[in-house]
Design a protein around this ligand. Sequence first.
Ligand SMILES: NC(=O)c1ccc[n+]([C@@H]2O[C@H](COP(=O)([O-])OP(=O)(O)OC[C@H]3O[C@@H](n4cnc5c(N)ncnc54)[C@H](OP(=O)(O)O)[C@@H]3O)[C@@H](O)[C@H]2O)c1
Length: 253
Amino acid sequence: MKLGGSRVWITGASSGIGEALAAELAGRGARVAISARRAELLERQAQRHRMVPVALDVSDRAAVLAAAATVRDELGGIDVAILNAAAYGRMDVAAWDPDVFRRQVDVNLMGMVYGIEAVLPDMRRARAGSIVGMASVAGYRGLPSSQAYGPTKAAQINLLESLRIDLRPLGIAVTTVCPGFVRTDLTAGNTFRMPWMLEPADAARRIADGLAGGKAEIVFPWQMMLAMKAARLVPVRPWSEILSRQATTRHLS
Ligand SMILES: NC(=O)c1ccc[n+]([C@@H]2O[C@H](COP(=O)([O-])OP(=O)(O)OC[C@H]3O[C@@H](n4cnc5c(N)ncnc54)[C@H](OP(=O)(O)O)[C@@H]3O)[C@@H](O)[C@H]2O)c1
């Protein structure tokens, strides 16, 4: 994919990976529009990097469609849509809260669905374009306290794979990004060990390199990719035994 000169819309760009990726892509010559809820952060970033800020809540379908229309007006079109916004909330089996679950479905999954809805008609007409979805290796297997976040990421991985099949003949590329741990607000509250942690700028460089190389799937770092792809081969019973032993140790410590 040619990044220089391309018109990129990225959601979840007020902090973390999205913020770093927007800056990385602007640095590589892309024209970038950035979206998230915190308008003041978007404004500041837009001034620093000459981007177009468009505030929105991705769980609000009408707001996503309106924001995409604004971005199209400002940039003259959208070549690359990076659907990156997400929320993380730990689930607690001692206080099962469907609202925590619903929030993550609304933001992570429905937010991506609305983003696709917003860009797909124009891309189909143009028979060109690229949809990039930010999933996670956390979607590969069930993980402790991840009964909401994990399923949204697993659903994103499957959705994007399915979408790639149907959009390929139309000339529209679909890229699935699955980072390992990255030091952002999303991981700031984690109390467990996070191996192979990357800084957002490093993650952004790897994603931009993957996009430039036309990859369908970008998974990093390689240690996490190997560990989590191998984890998918572990049978269900030993997987849950190992993970619940670790979770119990954590709860006891
Ligand atoms: N950090 C990691 O280790 C890691 C690993 C794998 C995958 N990921 C994925 O990477 C992506 C970015 O996460 P991050 O780690 O960079 O976390 P982050 O710093 O918390 O970024 C999340 C972004 O999403 C936006 N957002 C949240 N709810 C929103 C809503 N309702 N509407 C619009 N924007 C919303 C936030 O902005 P506002 O609050 O301003 O709306 C923020 O810009 C997510 O998809 C996450 O699942 C992260």
